[in-house]
Design a protein around this ligand. Sequence first.
Ligand code: HEC
Length: 689
Amino acid sequence: MTTTITSKVVFTVALLALSHGLQAAEVDARTLIGADNEPGQWLSPGRTYDEQRFSPLTQINADNVAQLALAWYADFDTNRGQESSPLVINGMLYVTTAWSKVYAYDAKTGAPRWNYDPNVAGGIGIKGCCDVVNRGLAAWGNKLYLGAYDGRLIALDAKSGKVEWQVNTIDEARSYTITGAPRVANGKVFIGNGGAEIGVRGYISAFDANDGKLLWRFFTVPGEPSKPQENKALEAALKTWTGDLFWQLGGGTVWDGILYDPQTNLVYFGTANGSPWMAEARSPQGGDNLFLNSIVAVKADSGEYVWHYQVTPSESWDYDATSPFVMADLEFNGAKHHTLMQGNKNGFFYALDAATGKLLAADPFTKVTWATHVDMQTGRPVEVPSAHFGKTGQAIAVQPGGQGAHSWHPMSFSRNTGLVYLPMVETVSAFAPDPNYKPRQNTANTGMGRAGPEIMKNLPEDAPRTSRAFLMAWDPVARKQVWRTEERGTIASGALSTAGGLVIQGSQKGELNAFRDSDGKKLWSFAAQTGVVAAPVSYQIDGEQYIAQLAGYGTRDYYTPNHSRLLVFKLGGKAQLPAAEALPPARPLNPIADFGTPEQLTLGADTWNVQCVMCHETAYGNRGLFPDLRYSPMLNSADAFKSVVIDGVLESRGMVSFKQRINAQEAEAIRAYLTQRANQAKAAAAPAR
Ligand code: HEC
């Protein structure tokens, strides 16, 4: 109660103070809570604390967006993934890129001001599941906060880029990584980390924004059962686990969605899947496994548990609950609720009362085959028994697949239309239990066996053969889709909505598009020369509105030229990208004849599944971020293959030596297995006679 009243007072004071405009480079409670009074700036990852990613600016609008053109651009140095949204504060634009680098520009002219490279060691690249990406900064006072891939939280002086302080937030012996953006409130920086299936125990921490002192930490899964748990919530959570694996491998990392709400003074965060994925291997006698796959609310001041909602109990399909949140005041069943929303990887769109965690809505926004619906009385999904491959022992194809129907790609809520613009993907994955699963530290633990190609061949008629991405307008109150675009590639892209009646969204196909918010009509498109998956932002300087978009996410394959860039647009912009060079010819599919004994092929497939899939596997939508090894000429030479995989000749390029993890026989077995897959692919592509 007290907290609510206090924050209301703070809010009113903030509004009064803001009528006098912003002072210097400062960001504080006043400016962040009152961000709506500074619509020309973008002060925090989601612009406002409710993270709606809605710009109140109207200069660029549905009537004139055809004149939107490039104002300036800046090139980056790598073709690894670019997932960040910039901040724009007092005329400066700050953006992070792959390998946790930070660049600062004059937001109007694009003149570079400073850049900062935390020098994350190349070998750290292997610690993560999914590329050395970064999703942005937070700002407080005159500092910027960066979560570096190697687990450091770094405070930079916003004017100079000089390091003010840095702290290590992780146990370096474990495979923790940071890709998410920190959030800041009341002098505290909140940051989590990734590594759920790689055997780390998830947590979120709060650090003092001034000096980096650790203020509190909330673990998302229990620790060693024989020792006292860190708090009562974890004592209770312990009862939802069985076996003795869980506290050694953990999971439930907080790798993306975090939202601070000044009205409740709570911090909300989503937790990832468990380690391993398959529930039966993780917790052999059952149990919900709290707080995996959950939305959790804790007090911002102390980290004390307040409520949780477990989205997918006893989860096995990689349905992290880490997608970014959006908050809005909405009416459900005749009552106004301060509402926390999430479009989840598991295919359901959730609305929860922010103060109590009460479930207000849970509806499928895509085809869901693992559950029939969510029981609104119990709040639990009603599951389809055959989806539990760990229980049945049978392989099965499940929708959505492990990629998720909506993952980290930010959604946006328009205050004009009341709609959520949801980047979503239709996917399917085959899941099968691994009868020989053994827990492994610092290596992916999925507990997943090979499902066999028949499963995917016998998919139902309407199942997507490859992932299909769409932009969807979702009405959170009517609880249904209003419109969706045509298919836009195989992975989603973050969205921005504006009071100008627009939704701006990139596409992995190499475009940035503007759609009309009411009906999804495409009004404008820009050829970005590379995939665009990050969410754009909008700002205004000297009476001119800008749209800024980080681009860079492969196009055809890993060996296309790097066109990672920051693209900044305004009406009548005069800048032009250099003409795109013609793509070099695609690598041919040219494998040698199959070789290897059946035992060798099995060993190769199993080792591949554990060690290499997360980066190289094409089934994840051929992201173009890593080479598709079926096309690698190195497959044709045992020596060349070994020089990369065991001797590490490409280490400086992010392909580390695997000699600590696999031996030369296993490397050769992988080569045999990949050669077989390359020949299968070649046969499948051969024209019918
Ligand atoms: C953490 C991500 C990651 C993992 C895991 C990984 N790789 Fe790589 N791999 C890369 C990257 C990045 C490159 C491209 C390096 C470059 O630019 O030349 C690469 C390149 C290669 C190449 C050279 C391809 C070519 O034609 O030049 C081979 C061979 C290879 N990897 C084999 C493997 C094998 C086998 C495994 C599992 C034992 C594995 N990789 C696991 C990231 C990874």
